[in-house]
Design a protein around this ligand. Structure first.
Ligand SMILES: NC(=O)C1=CN([C@@H]2O[C@H](COP(=O)(O)OP(=O)(O)OC[C@H]3O[C@@H](n4cnc5c(N)ncnc54)[C@H](O)[C@@H]3O)[C@@H](O)[C@H]2O)C=CC1
Ligand SMILES: CC(=O)C(=O)O
Ligand SMILES: [Mg+2]
Length: 568
């Protein structure tokens, strides 16, 4: 088994020399190149004399990071480090995980993406622009030929981290989390940016912005994406293709189109559905109720809202033996037009969520749209979930009304970034006299319960589960990602919830424990893939634990030997 110590003994044969190796983030060690390596790679005249350990480099980099006084400056600093020295970047993150995830991911990454064209320094990943599609295969092969790529993260940036259409962004950040949290080798990943225009006028009219056209839609859009997916299927048939932050109109459709033909995964739908179900399983462990006892009000019926609803509904069917129709009746979805009910008509209810439409007969007094407060009054939900990007939508009146109808209201305001949260958990805690069981999408500080104890706000973010789902699929060479693999992941994560040991504790494990949780998730997913017979490996389910550990990439330098025929 490849332990960390064994990985540190690895010898790499490298053919880059001098400036070329210093400028290559995969191979650059900076001042950590040993004297022997400096001689062999032509570096003695390029580096200060003292050879540093990775530990010393991390300390220096951390001190430099602290000189940056705002999250966005810290984000830029981290981005530069990623472009210079990959091992140092990931090791620094690993050491300060909880502090730095919000810098390289939500909420700060959202601001960085909104300023993409202004913060841009260096090429990263594969950039595919709509008008250049004739050279798509050539551009694709330029980056993947001769490489073993296990994971591709792609995005068209229409629904970025709660801040909507940003034209380009996110794939590289999501991909970095796979390496940081699950241990996918970053040199076996590819971040893909689809630049298919933007309907964000500010961005499109910015002189520094990429392809300044309105978003391509309809047949042309589908053909562009299909051209790409077919290239993946042809050249990287065993890879996992992760879709991130696509607009509501495309996300589910693309997932449905490709899920039986390749290992594809939509994080906003499936990852968010899985982590939220795990959170709810922990919460009902505290309230000692069943999933099918709950009444769910889901506010914001886009990719996340739909994914969460479908995931919980499926779980009710398998765990509590409900029929699909019976399970669907436990949900009240609200979107821009209020409650999703019959009289809204098909043009206001997207196809995917139609099966959750409430009958008008249930609302005999409603004149027009039915708002959240009215729904809460009538339905008396036990669970209220927010994925609307509507800051403050869970008002004091709504939260207090909910608390009247249930002893321990489960309130999950999941919208990112922090400023768009449907309710600040501190307020919800106060309005419910400390009774609410809560989790949010971005990190929030603990709040004080009336008994003086801290209540830790769990971070119900798909980063607690998607890296493990993806790694489990990659490690088992799964041909597709099935619903049962996602349920296996959910159950494993839920089993690790602190609230199951102490009902006053957090509903989900701390982000600092994300690597441990995702390790467990990856094992569960690989085991399930093998059990279902869709894995492409010859080892047994019982070996999954060891195999996942063995294949995990760790930020360690290893020893380099100069070889003109070597790796790079
Ligand atoms: N915690 C987590 O892991 C995740 C959180 N999210 C967050 O959830 C939010 C939604 O994300 P997606 O579903 O991907 O976006 P989306 O754009 O697909 O969905 C948003 C939905 O909210 C609806 N909406 C907008 N304003 C509304 C209002 N005033 N009242 C009711 N509904 C309204 C929209 O019509 C749309 O259907 C974002 O803030 C995102 O960052 C998304 C994925 C994961
Ligand atoms: C976390 C995430 O995937 C989102 O906010 O879109
Ligand atoms: Mg997302």
């Amino acid at each position: 088994m490849a332990s960390t110590a064994a990985k540190a003994q690895q010898v790499f044969r490298v053919r880059l020399r001098g400036e070329a190796i210093l400028n290559n983030p995969r191979w650059n060690k900076g001042t950590a190149f040993t004297m022997e390596e400096r001689k062999a790679f032509g570096l003695t005249g390029r580096l200060p004399f003292r050879v540093n350990t990775l530990d010393e480099q991390c300390q220096r980099a951390y001190d430099q990071l602290q000189m940056r006084d705002t999250p966005i400056r810290k984000n830029s600093f981290m981005q530069s480090m990623k472009e210079q020295n990959r091992v140092l970047y990931f090791e620094l993150l690993r050491r300060h995980l909880k502090e730095l995830i919000p810098i390289i991911y939500t909420p700060t990454e959202g601001d960085a993406i909104a300023n993409y064209s202004h913060l841009y320094r260096r090429s990263e990943g594969l950039y595919l622009t709509f008008p250049n599609q004739d050279s798509m295969e050539e551009d694709f092969l330029e980056q993947v030929k001769g490489r073993n790529v296990d994971l591709i993260v792609c995005s068209d940036a229409e629904a970025i981290l709660g801040i909507g259409d940003q034209g380009v962004g996110i794939s590289a950040a999501k991909s970095a989390l796979y390496s940081l949290i699950a241990g996918i080798d970053p040199s076996r990943t590819l971040a893909v940016i689809f630049d298919v225009g933007t309907d964000n006028d500010d961005i499109r009219n910015d002189d520094l912005y990429g392809w300044p056209e309105k978003r391509v839609r309809g047949k042309e859009y589908d053909e562009f994406i299909d051209k790409f997916v077919q290239l993946v299927r042809k050249h990287l048939p065993h890879s996992l293709l992760h879709f991130e932050d696509f607009g509501t109109a495309n996300a589910q459709r693309l997932l449905d189109t490709y899920r039986d033909h390749h290992a594809v995964f939509n994080d906003d739908i499936q990852g968010t559905g899985a982590v939220t179900l795990a959170c709810i399983m922990a919460a009902i462990g505290v309230t000692k109720t069943k999933l099918s006892d709950q009444r769910f009000v889901v506010y914001g019926a886009g990719s996340a809202g739909h994914g969460i609803t479908a995931q919980i509904r499926d779980a009710m069917m398998t765990m509590d033996n409900l029929s699909r129709e019976e399970a669907n009746k436990r949900f009240w979805l609200l979107d821009r037009f209020g409650l999703v009910k019959e009289s809204l008509g098909p043009e206001k209810i997207r196809e995917g969520i139609r099966e959750f439409t409430r009958p008008d007969s249930e609302w005999p007094d409603a004149k027009g749209e039915v708002g959240l407060l009215d729904v809460v009054k009538k339905v008396k939900p036990t669970v209220l979930i927010g994925c609307s990007t509507k800051a403050g939508a869970f008002t004091e009146e709504v939260v207090k009304e909910m608390a009247k109808g249930v002893d321990r209201p489960i309130i999950l305001p999941l919208s990112n970034p922090s400023r768009l949260v449907e309710v600040d958990p501190k307020d919800a805690n106060q309005w419910t006299g400390g009774k609410a069981l809560m989790a949010t999408g971005s990190p929030f500080p603990a709040t004080k319960n009336p008994n003086g104890k801290d209540y830790i706000i769990a971070e119900c973010n798909n980063a607690l589960i998607y890296p493990g789902i993806g790694f489990g699929a990659v490690i088992s060479k799964a041909r597709k990602i099935t619903d049962s693999m996602i349920i296996a992941a959910t159950r494993r994560l839920a089993s690790l919830a602190p609230a199951l040991k102490d009902p006053d504790d957090a509903l989900l494990p701390d982000m600092a424990d994300a690597p441990k949780c995702n390790y467990e998730v990856a094992v569960a997913v690989a085991e399930q893939a093998i059990e279902e017979g869709i894995a492409g490996v010859d080892w047994k389910k019982e070996e999954a634990r060891e195999k996942v550990r063995e294949k995990q990439w760790e930020p360690i330098y290893g020893t380099y030997v100069y070889d003109p025929e070597g790796d790079e």
